[in-house]
Design a protein around this ligand. Structure first.
Ligand SMILES: [Zn+2]
Length: 242
């Protein structure tokens, strides 16, 4: 699906993967679930591209629903996979701390788990090799993503600002569709290691210039970036267990 002249999306509002397309090739932002591979190949074909045009994968963090086909691209096609140093171990299959799930509703939760299972989420292939990135880095990839450290959901969570796509990709620093309740609108993401820190990190979005805020789960959001932190805070105050 085309979201803009340089921005494509595969997956859906349950789990989304984004592609940045420029003259230099394609950057993949997050790698979804293993079963998104076929959609990736089909989307590249629709763009008159092939897997050989993919220059890199950038992970917003190391959780399993974001690393799906990354190792396959790395191993079989020599594509480098970038992740913040603090999440490198998680991307390689290290332990994720257990977090309370908070509020959930059976229908959306089941829908998420079913979708994840259908897309191969139960047979995760972890990374064996990653390229570590840090706050402030501008990655040598199409669209020149700039790394903004956003600890909270995980220690190495980042936002990626891509001016050519007029977008900032926030991974699970927030969500616009809670995978466990189905509620839509800006709100904290579930499975967050440190919710207070995650809220605080959202302040870092406030002086970016971008039209789109694009989460890993939920519809792209557009609005005033300076208002994002307060809106997510308000949602958190309304549903303190989520
Ligand atoms: Zn996620």
């Amino acid at each position: 699906m085309e979201l803009g002249p340089h921005l494509r999306r595969i997956g859906n509002d349950i789990v989304a993967v984004h592609l940045i397309d420029t003259d230099e090739g394609v950057t993949v932002i997050d790698a979804g679930l293993p079963g998104h591979w076929r959609e990736l190949v089909a989307e590249l074909a629709a763009m008159d591209r092939t897997l050989d045009d993919v220059r890199g994968v950038v992970l917003t963090h190391g959780d399993v629903d974001h690393i799906g086909f990354a190792e396959r691209l790395r191993r079989d096609h020599g594509v480098p996979v970038f992740v913040h140093g603090a999440d490198a171990d998680r991307a390689r299959g290290g332990d994720k701390p257990k977090t309370p799930m908070g509020a959930k509703r059976l229908g959306p939760t089941f829908g998420f788990l079913l979708y994840a299972a259908r897309k191969g989420g139960l047979r995760t292939t972890h990374l064996t090799e990653v390229t570590e990135m840090s706050d402030g880095d501008v990655l040598p990839l199409p669209g020149a993503p700039r790394v903004i450290s956003m600890p909270g959901h995980s220690p190495g969570s980042v936002a990626l600002h891509v001016p050519v796509a007029d977008a900032v990709f926030v991974g699970d620093a927030l969500t616009t569709r809670h995978v466990l309740t189905g509620a839509s609108g800006l709100q904290p993401a579930p499975f967050t290691d440190d919710p207070a820190l995650a809220l605080d990190s959202l302040r870092r979005l406030s002086d970016l210039q971008a039209t789109w805020v694009i989460p890993g789960h939920g519809a792209p959001w557009r609005g005033d970036l300076a208002a994002v932190q307060a809106e997510v805070q308000r949602a958190a105050d309304q549903r303190p267990t989520a």
